[in-house]
Ligand binder design. Structure first.
Ligand SMILES: [Cu+2]
Length: 290
């Protein structure tokens, strides 16, 4: 069998497998609300305190790439004209020893090293090492990824996360697997929406129930993989209120495209009220089932 037809066969087999399992998997129901901020061909609205540094880095890298692209493009066209086939000209096969290209390469390499060591590494270090301390009074939430939805676990009024275990997980009733006998978990809330306060550090502990996902908050310039068996913290601070999109940025299965959620950045009071309301509704639901 020829290579292209073999490839086609493999692709078709994967599509068939995907179709077969599509119905059994969860597709989140996202409310139809207006998303805050602007999304266009350039970077989306910036709504985080530390995101400006990331934007600056992205901007410098793109301008540098644009200069290289134009420079190499001009060089390419120059070569096409300069070395075209002409009467009375013979091709030579020895390499040309030109000083311009040599110094050009050295300059580009030097600039790249400066970008990496002088700019990227300090920004990465400041974003990744300066974890908010208890004195900063961070708002804590756990993010549990699964095919194909985001679950957000809030500790409730007592500020204590209930014990969790895989044996307690029930996708519909108890997606975070909270131990029903743990007093710390009685007022915990698990929802498919992220509600966070504005102007306060957020620490989100990420985990996954199945495969590798990626927690992506475009307006916060936060993107972190969620790895099964690990709890990975990310932190950020929102600077404006609004409703923003959360996406999964890691191809995690056939319904990956639908793995979205909404992030509500609100005042401290609004978040508190929402959590209180959500915990009352959950208690009511439990009574209703009895
Ligand atoms: Cu995913």
């Amino acid at each position: 069998m020829k290579a292209p037809s073999l490839c086609l066969l493999v692709i078709l087999a994967f599509c068939a497998l995907g179709e077969g399992t599509a119905l059994a998997q969860v597709v989140p129901d996202i409310p139809d609300v207006e998303i805050t901020g602007e999304y266009g061909p350039f970077l989306p609205t910036l709504a985080s305190k530390d995101g400006g540094e990331v934007d600056q880095l992205i901007s410098i890298l793109h301008w540098f790439m644009a200069v290289l692209f134009v420079g190499w493009g001009i060089f390419f066209v120059y070569c096409l004209v300069r070395f075209r086939q002409r009467e009375g000209h013979q091709a030579k096969y020895e390499p040309i020893k030109a000083k311009v290209s040599k110094y050009g390469e050295i300059a580009v390499a030097g600039f790249e090293v400066a970008l990496l060591v002088g700019l990227s590494m300090p920004i990465w270090a400041s974003v990744k090492n300066d974890r908010p301390t208890e004195a900063d009074n961070p708002f804590r939430v756990r993010v549990i990824a699964e095919q194909f939805q985001w679950n957000f676990h809030y500790p409730g009024a007592d500020g204590v996360f209930g014990k969790t275990g895989a044996e307690f997980v029930d996708t519909a009733e108890n997606p975070a697997g909270i131990d029903p006998n743990d007093p710390g978990g009685q007022d915990d809330v698990v929802k498919g929406e992220l509600h966070i306060p504005v102007d306060r550090p957020i620490i989100a502990d990420l985990s996954s129930k199945d495969v590798i996902h990626s927690f992506f908050l475009p307006v916060m310039r936060v993107k972190q993989d969620t790895i099964p068996g690990m709890r990975i913290p990310v932190w950020f601070e929102a600077t404006m209120t609004g409703i923003f999109e959360i996406a999964c940025a890691q191809l995690c299965g056939n319904n990956h495209y639908s793995m979205k959620a909404l992030m509500y950045v609100q005042s401290e009071q609004e978040v508190e009220d929402w959590i209180k309301k959500a915990s009352i509704v959950e208690e009511f639901d439990e009574d209703d089932l009895d």
